[in-house]
Design a protein around this ligand. Sequence first.
Ligand code: ADP
Ligand code: MG
Length: 255
Amino acid sequence: MSLEIKNLHARVASTGAEILRGLNLTIEKGKVHAIMGPNGSGKSTLSKVLGGHPDYEVTEGEVLLDGVNVLGMAPDERSRAGVFLAFQYPMEIPGVSNANFIRAALQARLPEGEELEATDYYARLYEKMDMLEMDRKFTARSVNEGFSGGEKKRNEILQMLMLEPKYAILDETDSGLDIDALKIVSNGVNAMRSPERGFLVITHYQRLLDYIVPDVVHVLVGGRIEHTGGKELALELEAKGYDWIKDDIAAAASA
Ligand code: ADP
Ligand code: MG
């Protein structure tokens, strides 16, 4: 069982600029894969393409969720099929309370005619909020509206804890978090680690990976995975930067 990305090519729909250029990556259930890479290498584009964001067009390749092609699915279908995306820049949804938003997402997973039990729902919601040390006032507030950067990131993880996806993609969930919040959010993610679930953790900094220890680390450069290693690769990148990988690509191109 895996989320399998094969030779993925994607471009910005409005400009036609190609961002992902033949990306291959397989996230097995039970594993945490991390992606690091320079600014503008296509990390967020990859996460949004996996979520079905309309700004991007896939021109080639496949994405298989436990063998099923998800590229033809609308974003909500992908979500119900088990894909979860925590955005780098979470959107604000004025007028929709946090509690109602998550409740609607869970309700949409139930068969026709079945109603989510409110008491159980709130009990679970509060349990997860306690785990993330989120104040109860966030249930009644509009989704992300006026939240600080760190509160938005925590709120993304709350959604993940409630939806229990098969594959979770976390796009720079560490950015904007202070060290205490980073630990709390990491604990939330680690509590979800299971043989039944795969993670793709995108980060700019090695620090997050001290708390969410990955099984595999990839380097994304120019819309392709250019290097893969174990968790020690994150430390190597922190120390050496990305230039050596770019040099290797340039050397290979001129050879
Ligand atoms: P990363 O997350 O690795 O920093 P992104 O995936 O956000 O990189 O962006 C990769 C490249 O694609 C950047 O040059 C960015 O400007 C461009 N890009 C991404 N999305 C869009 C968009 N919707 N419109 C125009 N350019 C985009
Ligand atoms: Mg990004």
